[in-house]
Structure formats: structure tokens, C-alpha cells
Design a protein around this ligand. Structure first.
Ligand code: G6P
Length: 486
């Protein structure tokens, strides 16, 4: 049998690429779990990565090259990337109206049902004239990239590109398509806010894949149930199959690991050590840490409210504990995200005003994306707070314990994908229960050293057991098996 995984090229396609080019010529690494995952993957095997041009400079590079270019990421690694520039208005509708406020919200149970009827027509226009346009642009680039390649394999990523697979399949019926969804798959009722025609187009697009992958069994089961409830398709829960237009689509679970070697390497650089020296100089007895994109799904406000409550209920910890919140501003052109940032800043000011003293600021808010600074804090936290309302995986929950040298305790939302793997060694929380969160902070800060070390060792063991190479190998193995089985 020929090995489809070994044939060239292995084409990846996602909205965000590994880096974006800025006006001053500098290169910025993309944030978020998808880039972390795919950069790990791309360093394990040669790939061509097709991605949207997200800045004007990306678009210029895309036009100049008219094909893949070699880019170097500031955190290491070299990638062949083909940037695709869409019409700016179409892209705006795609990213800031449909993909993020609509699909992302639906897939994190954040969609505000009371507002749905008012905004629906706007979003449906954004689907036709934004989402579909960008999917078509990227699909065309994929088709060009695999021209002349026999039995090509294309790996599609995430919620931005649900309709691309059907477009690629129409042009190249022989293509092998696998699609990994990095975010939760919600239950069928959450999808009913979309008009049936839009919903059908999304599901039909996705079902043009040969394999669809999720982080957890629960997302896989939700997807299968959605195919039954919304599309009235025959599904097989035991084998993870959807029968669609005479084909079997495999629906599989591939929990995403982090690249432990690369992460440890970053944690040892001179710049991280400089941040650490500064952090240790200012350190109080205890350090609580969170590192997130400033996204509504991350539940940042309830985290601060819980800290506020904890300080009320345990005044003995005043002046002895600092909460560092390193938040990367994200999707700031989307009004909900811009408002969320304002709410975060306002609440931090309230909590600091209520509890702070002339030489103690309870919450230190760092609104920036600096991986080295985050690494320094990862190494030294006593408590890592990951209280997302819903989260596909959450890689912070893996990176933190991997490099922590301080017996750090993880407080982990039961609604993160990471909880399926790490829950046993974390303090599990319901992210909506502020009292439970406050109690968990106290429990973590007063836990005996042996118990802290036992839990941290357990987390390290799980996090180092698999790497992104294994993740991709599992998928390629299924690609081979399915390719062979027809
Ligand atoms: C999550 C999504 C990714 C996305 C990332 C950052 O991890 O699953 O697809 O790239 O967030 O979001 P952004 O909108 O900045 O690409």
C-alpha cells in the first residue's frame, strides 16, 4: 500500500498562519491554540501551510509571491506558507461578523438568544458575502497547490473553513480531506439559531471531508447527534461514522498534546530568565496566574470576582498574594471583544481599589502577548487558574504544569477539553460558581506540599506522554486506514 501520509505535499489550510507581517517589516507570531498546534506539527514534518493574509503586509507578500514563501517564526521554526488575500470587505464580514461573533459564540454556548432575531439578517449576509468568499479563495489556493499531485492529502483546520472541503472536493473528487475542529462542538439546539439553509450548507461542507477530528469524546458525540438531529442522517455512535451521500465520514477523537521539548527550550532562554529575576524580586508569598486571550469564553470576569470574594473571606491573605493576569487582546474589531476588554479593565480597577494598599496591587493586569513573560510566570506560580466557561482544549493548562518548578496547583474548569485528560490531578471547578472558585483558590493556596507535588508530577506525566508528532501520526494512521479501505 502506498502511504498517503508520506506523499507530497501534505497541505494544511487554516485561517490564521504561523506569523503575520507588520507594516514596519517585523514578524509577529499568531496567538491561540491552533497556531501552537500547527507550528508543532509543521516542525515534525514538511508541510505547505495555506492561510489567510491577515495584515496589509501579508497581502503584499501574498501578491508578490503568488505561491508559498518561507517564513521564520520569532519563536523558532521555518515554514512554507502560502498567504491568500481576500477582498478586505469580504474578509471583515467573514472574520468579524460571521466566524467569530456567530460560529465561535454558537460553539461556546455564548450566543445571546435574546438578540438573535435582530442581527440575523446581517449575519446571513456575512455568510454569503464574507464566509463563503473567503472559503472559496482559500479553496482555490488549495486546488492550485495540489494541481498535478496524485491522491493529495489536505488537512483543514477549524471553524473558519467549514464550507471549504465541499468546494475542494467538487474540483478534485480524488482528494483526501481531513478536518480538525479545535473548538467545542455544542449540542444540536445551540445550532438552531442558524437558519436551516445556512446550517445545511455548513454541515454539507464539513461532511465533504473523509475524516473529522475533535479534541474530546463529548464533542465527537455532540457532532454525531447534530448530524442525526439537524441533518437527519444515519450515524453510528460505536464506530464514529456518518453516512452522507453514499460515503462514510469518520468522526474521531485526537486530543492535542503540546510540544514539551520546544516549550521547555523556550522556558530556559535568557529573556525568560530576565523576566523571572524581575518577578522574583517583586514576589509576595503567593502567586496566582492566568494566561489567556482576552476572549469572553475564557471567563476572565468571574475569575476576578472569585479572587475578590476570596480576599473578603480570607483577609489573612491580603498583601501576601498577587494575581497576575496576562491577557492577549484578541479580535478587537469585534464589538463584543472590545467591550469585554473594557469590562476587564474596569473590574480590575474595582478589585484593586477595594483591597489594594499603597504598596500592594492585588491584580496585575498585563494586556500583551509575550510568551517569554508568560513562561517566567508559568515557572513560578502557586496556582494556575483556567476557569474557561467552555474551551476546546486549553493548552495553557498543559504548558503551565510542564514548566512549573514551584509545586503549582491547577484550578481547571470542568468545561475545558483539557479536563478530560488532566481533571484527576487538578482542582476541578464549575466555572459559573464564583463561591466554588473562591474556595478552590483557598484550597490551592493552603494545600500541603506533598499533595501539591503529587498533583504536579501527575500533570507533568500526562502532558509529556504524547507530542504533536504523535497527534499527527494518529491522524495519518487513520488517513492510511481509510484510504486503504476506500
Ligand atoms: C482559537 C481558535 C483558532 C484561532 C485562535 C486565535 O485557538 O481555535 O482557530 O486562530 O483561537 O484566534 P484568532 O481569531 O486571533 O485567529
Amino acid at each position: 500500500m502506498t502511504d498517503p501520509g508520506e506523499r507530497k505535499p501534505l497541505v494544511l489550510v487554516s485561517n490564521r498562519g504561523p506569523v503575520t507581517f507588520q507594516d514596519d517589516g517585523s514578524v509577529v507570531r499568531g496567538t491561540g491554540g491552533l497556531v501552537t498546534a500547527l507550528t508543532g506539527l509543521a516542525s515534525h514534518r514538511p508541510v505547505t501551510w495555506i492561510a489567510s493574509a491577515m495584515t496589509p503586509m501579508d497581502a503584499i507578500r501574498a501578491r508578490e509571491a503568488n505561491g508559498p514563501i518561507t517564513v521564520r517564526s520569532p519563536v523558532g521554526g521555518e515554514y512554507q506558507v502560502r498567504y491568500v488575500a481576500s477582498d478586505p470587505d469580504a474578509y471583515e464580514r467573514f472574520y468579524s461578523v460571521f466566524a467569530n461573533p456567530m460560529l465561535w459564540f454558537i460553539q461556546h454556548y455564548l450566543w445571546d438568544l435574546s438578540n438573535a432575531p435582530d442581527v440575523r439578517s446581517n449575519e446571513i449576509a456575512a455568510f454569503e458575502y464574507g464566509y463563503q468568499v473567503v472559503n472559496e479563495d482559500l479553496a482555490r489556493a488549495v486546488v492550485e497547490e495540489i494541481e498535478g499531485v496524485e491522491d493529495p492529502v489536505v488537512m483543514v483546520h477549524d471553524y473558519h473553513l467549514y464550507t471549504l472541503p465541499a468546494m475542494v472536493r467538487a474540483a478534485r473528487p480524488d482528494v483526501f480531506l481531513s478536518h480538525f475542529v479545535h473548538i467545542p462542538w455544542t449540542q444540536s439546539d445551540a445550532w438552531r439559531v442558524l437558519p436551516q439553509r445556512t446550517r445545511d450548507t455548513l454541515y454539507e461542507g464539513l461532511l465533504a471531508n473523509d475524516i473529522i477530528g475533535f479534541h474530546t469524546t463529548s464533542y465527537r458525540n455532540n457532532f454525531l447527534q447534530c448530524c442525526r438531529d439537524l441533518m437527519h442522517l444515519e450515524v453510528d455512535f460505536d464506530d464514529g461514522l456518518v453516512h452522507f451521500q453514499g460515503r462514510d465520514v469518520w468522526v474521531r477523537v485526537y486530543p492535542l498534546p503540546i510540544d514539551a521539548g520546544a516549550t521547555r527550550q523556550i522556558s530556559r532562554t535568557a529573556r525568560v530568565k530576565e523576566f523571572e529575576t524581575e518577578l522574583l524580586r517583586r514576589r509576595r508569598d503567593h502567586l496566582i496566574l492566568r494566561v489567556d486571550r482576552a476572549d469572553l469564553s475564557k471567563n476572565v470576569l468571574r475569575g476576578f470576582s472569585a479572587f475578590d470574594l476570596f480576599l473578603d473571606q480570607h483577609p489573612e491573605f491580603r498583601e501576601r498574594v498577587t494575581f497576575i493576569a496576562q491577557l492577549m487582546p484578541s479580535r478587537t474589531d469585534v464589538p463584543e471583544y472590545a467591550e469585554y476588554l473594557e469590562k476587564i479593565e474596569a473590574l480590575v480597577a474595582v478589585v484593586n481599589h477595594r483591597h489594594g494598599t499603597p504598596d500592594w496591587m492585588p491584580i496585575q493586569l498585563k494586556l500583551r502577548d509575550d510568551l517569554d513573560e508568560a513562561m517566567a510566570a508559568y515557572k513560578n506560580y502557586d496556582v494556575l487558574l483556567v476557569n474557561a466557561m467552555f474551551d476546546g482544549m486549553n493548552l495553557v493548562a498543559k504548558e503551565g504544569p510542564l514548566v512549573n518548578e514551584h509545586g503549582g496547583v491547577s484550578i481547571l474548569s470542568e468545561n475545558t477539553g483539557a479536563h478530560e485528560e488532566l481533571g484527576e490531578y487538578a482542582i476541578s471547578v464549575n466555572p459559573f460558581d464564583i463561591q466554588e472558585l473562591a474556595t478552590s483558590i483557598h484550597q490551592a493556596l493552603t494545600m500541603g506540599v506533598d499533595e501539591r507535588e503529587r498533583r504536579l508530577a501527575g500533570l507533568k506525566r500526562i502532558v509529556t506522554a504524547r507530542n504533536p508528532g504523535d497527534w499527527i501520526d494518529d491522524q495519518l494512521e487513520d488517513i492510511r486506514a481509510k484510504g486503504a479501505g476506500g
